[in-house]
Design a protein around this ligand. Structure first.
Ligand code: ATP
Ligand code: MG
Length: 364
């Protein structure tokens, strides 16, 4: 059998996206070589504010046809607020991908590593190691609603949240499936059924029904207010956390914040059925304030690449091995250095990327 080659669209985008992307690719290359995974890159210049400056739009008209041919999109960062307003840059690229490619899972790991200062007191490496699964297509983020008596004292605003059985079940199933592959096999379902009296009790009911199909996975549900407090006070209690679009949005900023610098956090926007390409990107943005100095931390980009290899390779072990080796290399470099400025060091983006790639090459 010939080995499958994975076609990756590489979109560096704007700002430090352009600086961390080469390091992401350096580590991907090292992992692909080490674990026998075949990758083919297509470098894409559009979906960037430079492209917008030249063409007056973020992407060519056939963007969807071009990207549909890919297995995955490896994405740096988008946005240059001084030149292009966010509603054009973001809505004209990244948010289109999420919607049109039905990337209904937003996955964000949060893990505390040794060598990274933790904003929470008395936390050591290993205390925090969980996955946030956010519903990415419906819930509270809809444009359904309206205004009555606009501009008068009788003004009334209404905005609907939308929960479909299809949309809810698929995100819950994904979370339980993910938990099944992990050591602790536990799902925490974020809810607010004591306050949001229609949709959230229904959401809890869907969770109970889905959970019944996963006898090997334990689960509990927690109200979002108590859950956010526990993220800070008892983060070691979490394994997989699944949440609606709004609650997931909040949790997925809070989670990485509990584990140190923004520069480390990775994310995946998944279409688990693989009908469309999934997208892998660091959580941070284009960070215009530090762009051009080669000091950005490339770990969020590199870790996102590890998530991509794990997701792409369904055939067995190589993707998972590559993922684990990259994580081990990240862990080692965070412990021993070199460190970028956000970690308290003086090393460059390139030096960090090279050190991680070298550690992957040495992986057993
Ligand atoms: P966006 O709207 O795209 O999320 P933002 O301006 O809100 O962008 P970021 O671009 O993510 O946020 O940057 C927030 C701050 O964090 C920046 O000021 C930057 O200095 C810092 N930062 C972000 N990413 C990194 C990184 N990879 N390495 C070091 N510092 C970073
Ligand atoms: Mg931001």
């Amino acid at each position: 059998m010939t080995k499958k080659t994975f076609n990756i669209a590489v979109i560096a985008g704007d700002g430090i996206g352009k600086e961390v992307m080469p390091e992401g690719l350096r580590v991907l290359d090292a992992a692909a070589k080490r674990f026998g995974i075949a990758l083919q890159y297509t470098h894409i210049e559009w979906a960037s504010c430079d492209y917008y400056a030249a063409h007056g739009k973020m992407m060519p008209d056939d963007w969807k046809a071009q990207l549909s041919r890919m297995d995955a999109i490896y994405f740096g960062a988008i946005g240059w607020p001084d030149k292009v307003p966010d509603h054009i840059s973001l809505w004209g690229s990244l948010l289109k991908f999420r919607r049109e490619f039905d990337q209904y899972i937003n996955l964000r790991p949060a893990r505390l590593f040794e060598g990274v200062p933790c904003p929470l007191a008395n936390r050591k490496a290993g205390d925090i190691d969980f996955m946030i699964v956010r519903e990415n297509t419906e819930g509270e983020y809809t444009a359904v609603g309206g205004v009555m008596y606009e501009g008068t004292e009788r003004e009334v605003v209404l905005q609907q949240a939308v929960f479909s059985r299809h949309g809810t079940d698929r995100v819950l199933k994904f979370a339980f499936d993910l938990a099944r592959q992990r050591e602790r096999k536990h799902v925490t379902v974020a809810t607010k059924s004591n306050g949001i009296a229609v949709s959230m009790p229904w959401w809890d009911g869907r969770a109970a029904e889905i959970a019944a199909g996963f006898k090997d996975v334990t689960w509990d549900k927690q109200h979002i207010d108590a859950l956010t407090a526990r993220f800070v006070l008892q983060p070691q209690r979490f394994d997989v956390v699944v949440a609606s679009n709004l609650f997931g949005d909040i949790l997925s900023d809070l989670g990485p914040a509990c584990t140190g610098t923004l520069g480390l956090a990775p994310s995946a926007n998944l279409n688990p059925e693989r009908k469309f390409p999934s997208l892998f990107e660091p959580v941070h943005g284009s960070a215009p304030d530090i762009y051009g100095r080669n000091i950005a931390n490339p770990i969020g980009m590199i870790w996102s690449g590890a998530l991509m290899l794990d997701f792409l390779d369904q055939s067995g072990t190589a993707g998972r091995q590559a993922h684990d080796a990259i994580l081990a290399a990240i862990q080692q470099v965070l412990h021993d250095g070199p460190h970028t400025a956000d970690l308290g060091g003086k090393a460059s983006t390139t030096e960090l990327g090279k050190a991680i790639a070298a550690a992957v090459e040495r992986a057993a």
